[in-house]
Design a binder for this molecule. Structure first.
Ligand code: AMP
Ligand code: MG
Length: 426
């Protein structure tokens, strides 16, 4: 054991110091192979290279006729050129020989352009030999009048024009959405190698807590942090397993964790029981077992803890959040979300931050970085507080779409002053 002062003896950490301590607990999450449909929202772990060229072969961009451009020099609406139709090529047909000189081949969008043809004339620029518009009744036989002189290459999609075979299509680190997954399928991949999502155990504590749906006795409140944090974990791109909350009882708390901590759990995330009261179950159960507790110079979310919890011969990264719902979720935003996203390889672990002008005056405690809940009006660039500083105000939290980040040295900020705003939208 080192003789260095513990966190609680050395005084409050800054927000950035605690962010770094939490981030250091989470290693890079590893990789796994998932079917394409399961890859949405995941981070690509290895460059995607093109096993085939895109398009894989020269093909028609239109329904019409494959032609030799040189045979149609001078064709126009006023003097159409009439040629024999020598073949019919639907999409997928590959047994067609080279285009016979002096003939054209009827061809559909996506069908291979026959050897010898060098342009496509759209059906709209033709008349069937009976004089009607569109494809005549003859299919791949008969004659067709062409009313345009195509450029060489017109309406031919060239093999490899979108991507050459072997080209890097997507770089490792790309967040996969519909178009990226469509591209992987287009080059024949049934699955992709993606970053594994960190797995988080969520456990709430408090003898006053009751599960939603149950009757509420005097002095009790509904347990809200567990579900809220599990959802926040999933929204951050990790997976969550929500354990049933436990009363303020050290043995029950340790037992609840002991049966669920196993290989593959990347983080234990608790709420409640970490401040200066007499029944701080999380603090009591983890102090001396690898987790340090102390204060962070912020509001809400002053009391915090983190470390590698020693449990049953193993250790597991652990972050202990305070119990007030607003403190819990704001602490998650500030410390846990960026660490989880960085571990999962997201290129943008932090929320976007914009500058907005305050809609009203605010005062803020000296020496503490404060995160007030706000609503941003993007049309005029102002941010208005919802609720007030109280860390129990979950109804106001639910109306907020941003956090107003007031620096530790700020004690007052007047309406119209610019402030940093963290955008919470997904
Ligand atoms: P604690 O951090 O345990 O001292 O709790 C601080 C405040 O948050 C108290 O008012 C608790 O009742 C409340 N609280 C703690 N945990 C939860 C929870 N899981 N859901 C809702 N409120 C909670
Ligand atoms: Mg409690």
């Amino acid at each position: 054991m080192s003789a260095a002062a513990t966190w609680s003896e050395s005084g409050p950490r800054t927000v950035d110091e605690h962010r770094a301590a939490v981030a250091a607990l989470l290693a890079s999450s590893g990789v796994e192979t998932v079917p394409l449909a399961a890859a949405a929202g995941r981070v690509l772990a290895a460059d995607l290279t093109a096993a085939i060229a895109l398009p894989p072969f020269d093909n028609s961009a239109m329904d019409g006729y494959a032609v030799r451009a040189v045979e149609l020099t001078g064709a126009s609406e006023g003097s159409p050129v009439e040629l024999a139709v020598s073949a019919d090529i639907p999409a997928g047909r590959t047994d067609v020989g080279p285009l016979e000189p002096g003939t054209v081949a009827r061809i559909m969008t996506g069908a291979p352009v026959p050897d010898g043809a060098d342009a496509i004339v759209p059906v709209e620029r033709t008349e069937s030999s009976d004089g009607g518009a569109g494809f005549g009744a003859g299919g791949g036989t008969g004659r067709v009048r062409i009313t345009v002189a195509p450029e060489k290459g017109a309406f031919v999609r060239r093999a490899g024009e979108d991507a050459a075979g072997g080209a890097v299509l997507l770089e490792a680190g790309t967040v996969l959405g519909a178009s990226q997954i469509g591209l992987a399928a287009a080059v024949g991949r049934p699955d992709l190698v993606v970053r594994r999502r960190p797995h988080v155990l969520v456990l709430s504590t408090g003898s006053e807590l009751v599960a939603p749906g149950e009757p509420l006795a005097p002095g009790q409140i509904y347990e809200s942090n567990g579900t809220m944090l599990a959802v926040a974990v999933r929204e951050a791109g990790a997976t969550a397993e929500q354990l049933s909350f436990v009363p303020d009882d050290v043995e029950m708390f340790r037992a609840a964790l002991a049966v669920r901590v196993r290989d593959g759990v990347d983080l234990v995330l608790t709420s409640g029981g970490v401040s200066a009261g007499a029944y701080e179950v999380v603090k009591d159960a983890m102090t001396g077992h690898g987790v340090e507790f102390g204060k962070v110079a912020m509001q809400p979310g002053g009391p915090q803890g983190c470390g590698r919890l020693e449990l049953g011969g193993t250790t597991v990264a652990t972050v202990t959040l305070p119990g007030n719902p607003v403190s819990s979720l704001v602490s998650f935003e500030v410390f846990v979300r960026p660490a989880l996203r960085a571990a999962a390889g997201y290129p943008d672990p932090d929320r976007p931050v914009v500058t907005a002008r305050l809609a009203g005056d605010l005062s803020s405690p000296a020496g503490k970085r404060q995160f007030r809940r706000g609503v941003l009006d993007a049309t005029n660039g102002t941010v208005a507080e919802v609720g007030s500083a109280g860390s129990h105000l979950i109804a106001a939290l639910a109306r907020a779409d941003c956090l107003v980040d007031l620096p530790a040295e700020t004690v007052s900020a007047a309406a119209g002053e610019p402030v940093a705003v963290w955008l919470l939208g997904t």
